[in-house]
Design a protein around this ligand. Structure first.
Ligand SMILES: Nc1ncnc2c1ncn2[C@@H]1O[C@H](COP(=O)(O)OP(=O)(O)OP(=O)(O)O)[C@@H](O)[C@H]1O
Ligand SMILES: [Mg+2]
Length: 257
């Protein structure tokens, strides 16, 4: 049975896409069948795995808004072993277009995933840095939310608002929505700040916070420009080791080992 995990935080640049790419690829390395849905008009998750969309190529937008068959829009990335439902700039207008639909506008993604959901062990959704209809659709389709939090001042700034949104979705369109986990990202062991922020977040959220955090690692920021996950780009880097440990922790928490 496919588990759908939305990776969300409306704060920009906290490591959502880096986490989406590398957790998808890490789980694939651990023999899980994974679909990565790029749900951001920036298209960073698609580009980061080298799935650059050509003009006219059907993306998640066509699947949502034009009834394009999802199976035909999914591309398989040989290198990482991950299936990708790509996005590009066309998704920028989706919030407005969805709003016009009226009833059922929150369940568009959930409905298109229904027929293919069980072809996968895990489906990860890389959400945009906003809490609009795209994110509502992702949270409505998902079983759980993974929240990356950057080890910086104001780390929790975005999280409070996200938790309110999660509660609203639980009360309206998805009563079963859970929090998968909170992930501390860009941890810098050479400063006190990262340790302090991480301690604060652990104090506030306890066991929801993953034991494994992701270090700041330049290899993680270089990999997407080659269209590679960290496991293909530099499997021995600190970033690769941390994301693999996180994948194992995620599987453990799900009783899936
Ligand atoms: N652990 C890390 N170490 C070093 N650089 C990182 C790390 N994680 C992410 N980055 C870099 O930080 C920037 C923001 O990361 P990313 O794109 O994953 O964030 P995001 O939350 O998806 O951003 P957005 O909100 O714009 O979608 C990118 O340039 C990325 O390469
Ligand atoms: Mg992103």
């Amino acid at each position: 049975m496919g588990k759908i995990i939305a990776i969300s935080n409306q704060k920009g640049g906290v490591g959502k896409t880096t986490t989406a790419i590398n957790v998808s690829s890490g789980l694939a390395k651990l023999d899980k069948k994974v679909l990565l849905i790029d749900f951001d008009a920036q298209g960073n998750a698609s580009q980061g795995l080298g799935a650059i969309t050509s003009v006219g190529q059907p993306t998640v937008y066509a699947v949502l808004m034009d009834d394009y068959p999802i199976e035909k829009a999914i591309v398989h990335d040989q290198k990482s072993g991950v299936d990708i439902l790509p996005a590009n700039m066309s998704l920028a207008g989706a919030d407005l277009m969805m709003d016009k639909i009226g009833a059922g506008k929150e369940t568009l993604l959930k409905r298109v995933l229904q027929p293919i959901k069980d072809n996968y062990d895990y489906i990860l959704i890389d959400c945009p840095p906003s809490l609009g209809l795209l994110t509502t659709n992702a949270l409505t389709a998902a079983n759980s939310v993974l929240i990356p939090v950057q080890c910086e001042y104001y780390a929790l700034e975005g999280v409070t608002q996200l938790l309110i949104t999660i509660r609203i979705v639980q009360q309206t369109s998805n009563s079963g929505l859970k929090i998968e986990g909170i992930l501390m990202t860009m941890y810098n062991s050479s400063t006190n700040l990262s340790a302090e922020v991480s301690q604060d977040v652990r104090q506030s959220f306890g066991k929801l916070v993953y034991q494994n955090s992701i270090p700041r690692n330049v290899r993680l920021s270089e990999a997407p420009s080659r269209g590679l996950s960290i496991f293909e780009y530099d499997p021995r880097s600190k970033g690769a080791v941390a994301y693999m440990a996180l994948c194992e922790e995620l599987l453990n928490r799900n009783g899936d080992k």
